[in-house]
Design a protein around this ligand. Structure first.
Ligand SMILES: Nc1ncnc2c1ncn2[C@@H]1O[C@H](COP(=O)(O)OP(=O)(O)OP(=O)(O)O)[C@@H](O)[C@H]1O
Ligand SMILES: [Mg+2]
Length: 338
């Protein structure tokens, strides 16, 4: 009996090692390469979730590939947390299907929770226990947990080990929930607005941590209100608005497709008029404000044309490229939501 158990443990161990080696190879080969050939770890089809008469998620379909950092952005109340919670198996969809690692989340919750890590937007932990005790407690939930000491180091919580959860600042509480999400050595990890409330250093450190997590072969699904974060970190970004997906692609493609304008500005003497630049290739509009020429259009073309112009110097040149934030505001508008 004992031998059989040992053998079983060995097989489990080897299976994990093999999966981990495969993930490392995949990462070294530069995932996600061809999206179509990458494995789909999450497949969401026509997902609907209503709260009474609120259509929180209203027919959403998308896929998440192995090894990618997938971001979901959208205004308050757009349906991000509801979507994530359905994928995590915490809510049962009203309509549509979800497959995560081949499992159906609301049915196979127990098996799924051994494979995924969750950092919840409303992560209420036990108030009257310390950081270290919380880590040890969570570590006991898994058959092969990560080292909690390493995680505490990774998240910069070493000097807070003996502090009660209730005494931690908002950002530190959030970092603790990140450490807990990684405790079970997950294959997919979900971060719901993790960096909200982080100071700039903590935010950059979190970005680096997310990149490290991905380099280890873990797939990351995150939501954020920071377009800078989404543009910087995510391989693909899904923009959701009132429960429906309005765009989904690589940040650079979203920016290109929208045709958002660059802005090129420089100072000129009083004698130079805006019309001088209107005919240049790539130019949509030219303004002159307080002796500064501002040209809107295709940044690359405009720069090439300006450099080719005779007798023009470009003092105090500023170039502002369009960002994911421009795309986001164009697609979702500027009004308050929820
Ligand atoms: N438990 C609930 N009961 C009733 N309505 C809910 C519940 N949870 C969410 N909602 C509503 O469903 C809609 C989607 O909410 P959800 O929390 O998924 O949005 P979100 O995109 O995560 O927003 P945020 O950016 O503010 O976190 C909102 O209108 C919200 O008010
Ligand atoms: Mg939310």
């Amino acid at each position: 009996m004992q031998d059989w158990k040992t053998l079983q443990e060995k097989v489990e161990h080897l299976t994990r090692e093999l999966a981990s080696a495969k993930r490392t190879i995949a990462t070294l080969e530069g995932y996600p390469k061809e999206e179509k050939s990458a494995r789909k770890l999450i497949v969401v089809k026509n997902l609907h979730k209503y709260y009474k008469n609120v259509k929180a998620v209203d027919g959403v379909s998308f896929e998440v590939y192995e090894g990618e950092i997938f971001g979901m952005v959208g205004p308050n109340g757009a349906g991000k947390t509801t979507t994530i919670e359905c994928i995590e198996g915490l809510r049962r969809p009203d309509r549509g299907t979800i497959s995560v690692l081949g499992l159906t989340p609301w049915k196979d919750g127990h098996a799924l929770r051994q494979e995924i890590g969750m950092q919840l937007q409303e992560g209420n932990l036990f108030y009257r226990i310390t950081v270290k005790e919380t880590m040890k407690l969570y570590s006991s939930f898994y058959s092969q947990p990560a080292s909690w000491q390493d995680l505490i180091k990774k998240l910069g919580l070493e000097d807070k080990q003996n502090v009660y959860y209730e005494k931690l600042s908002g950002g530190l509480k959030q970092r603790l929930t990140v450490a807990l999400a990684l405790m079970g050595k997950p294959r997919i990890v979900f971060f719901d607005e993790t960096t909200t409330g982080f100071d700039p250093q903590a935010r950059r450190n979190m970005w680096n941590l997310i990149r490290e997590i991905r380099a280890e072969g873990i797939t990351v699904f995150l939501t954020t209100h920071s377009m800078e974060e989404a543009q910087e970190l995510c391989d693909r970004v899904c923009i959701i608005e009132r429960g429906k997906i309005v765009a989904l692609d690589k940040p650079v493609t979203l920016i290109q497709n929208l045709g958002a304008e660059s802005k090129v500005a420089f100072n000129v003497g009083q004698a130079v008029e805006p019309e001088t630049f209107q005919h240049l290739s790539g130019v949509n509009k030219v303004e002159k404000v307080d002796g500064q020429i501002i040209i809107y259009g295709n940044g690359k073309d405009i720069m090439a044309a300006l450099i080719g112009m005779e007798g023009i110097s470009l003092p105090d040149l500023e170039i502002k490229q369009p960002t994911l934030e421009d795309v986001y505001l164009t697609l979702t508008g500027r009004d308050y939501r929820d």
